[in-house]
Design a protein around this ligand. Sequence first.
Ligand code: FMN
Length: 160
Amino acid sequence: MALDAAAKKTLLRKIPHGLFICGVAEGEEVNGFTASWVTQGSFEPPLVVIAVRADSTSNGMIQRTGRFSLNVLDQGQKDLAAVFFKPQQGIGGRFDAAPYQRGELGLPILSDGLGAVECELVGQVAAGDHTVFVAEVKTAVLLRDGLGLDLASTGWAYGG
Ligand SMILES: Cc1cc2nc3c(=O)[nH]c(=O)nc-3n(C[C@H](O)[C@H](O)[C@H](O)COP(=O)(O)O)c2cc1C
């Protein structure tokens, strides 16, 4: 049975996604990257699921620390999302464009976002070019109300 690669790409790109900034911290070092492959995985306990590129800086930091934050952007923050997927001047350099504070678990929480959750790993699957992490939401900070930024509105594609 051969996979129809064009059909697979077209169909997978129809999965709706939000756009988030995933934050990581290891000692004094922080890093963050734009993530779209994010979803909720359980009500109780509250779980989230994120797929993180196996070769990214942040993947190793999540593996070593067992933690990450998810920052929710508002619809007007496409430019900020762009900052967080572009190459940076050293680890954490993207935060020069975005003020943040550390949350209760020490993870970066963007001051200008809608808010963030901090999560602790409960499991992972490393079978492809991304690692699928499952994590429990341990803290939640709501900074303001608004509509979340979604991938479709940006005209960008990540998937297929
Ligand atoms: C629209 C868009 C969505 C993205 N979604 C993800 C994602 O869900 N997971 C991921 O690991 N990388 C995703 N990326 C790529 C990362 O943002 C990018 O690889 C980043 O440079 C990784 O940073 P790091 O190496 O500092 O950790 C996405 C990029 C774009 C443009």
